[in-house]
Ligand binder design. Sequence first.
Ligand code: SAM
Length: 248
Amino acid sequence: MSRNNFYDSDGLFKEFTSIRENKVNFNDLVETPILFSMLPDLKNKTVLDIGCGMGQHVKAYAEMGAKSVLGIDISEKLLAIAEEKFNGKNIEYQMKSFEDLDSINEQFDVVTSSLVFDYVQDFDRLMKDISHITHVRSQIIFSMSHPIVTSYDQSIPRWTRDHDGNKLHANLYNYFIEGEKHFSWGGTEVVNYHRTISSVINSIIQSGFTILECRESLADEHLRKVYPEVFAGTIHRPDFIFFKCIKL
Ligand SMILES: C[S@@+](CC[C@H](N)C(=O)[O-])C[C@H]1O[C@@H](n2cnc3c(N)ncnc32)[C@H](O)[C@@H]1O
């Protein structure tokens, strides 16, 4: 198991798969609808999904008419689920790190990634590697945790709450201190990387991509009303940021 393969540790694997299986989750109700609304027409396109996890998006892209979809991830356990449940004739999965994109000898029409780039230490290099496996007019559409969220430090709570525990406002801390962050999830010590919004944008620009659209996540009013304990806080703070970029 590679050093950063957190999702194969028993606790995190159990926690992540149960969150993804729960009908009320941020991925399916907030993140994915925004990401999918930013996709170009995938008909007859070659698609790469970086950090595909269990392959739900890979399968969806194939069903949207993609010519081929390659999903890569470093988690053996998540890929095993992908192979079993989200397979198809134009779908392929490979166990590969986003640090090894230079071993891919193909140029994709569309590259996607959902909530994976938080784990990238060298974002400049990643964007340049993506540029090498795309051609002029290829697009990349990706989401990541919003920098307002990754600036979190365990020394202060994420939220200021009222006496009943309702979220009053989000706390922002050390936004300008970029770099490695540690947190515990499912009993596993996870490492991710905080970078400011301007750093993200400048890496995109320097890799030769042009930003077509940027979005920030907000759960819709219906979700905020029906599941306030889960989604009401999204009015105060975006959890995710999304970019759609084109290589010109
Ligand atoms: C939050 S999950 C998202 C999974 C999937 N995109 C989804 O939407 O369900 C983050 C994923 O990033 C993958 N990941 C983490 N580090 C990686 C690396 N170095 N290379 C490839 N995938 C990685 C994890 O194994 C995990 O599947």
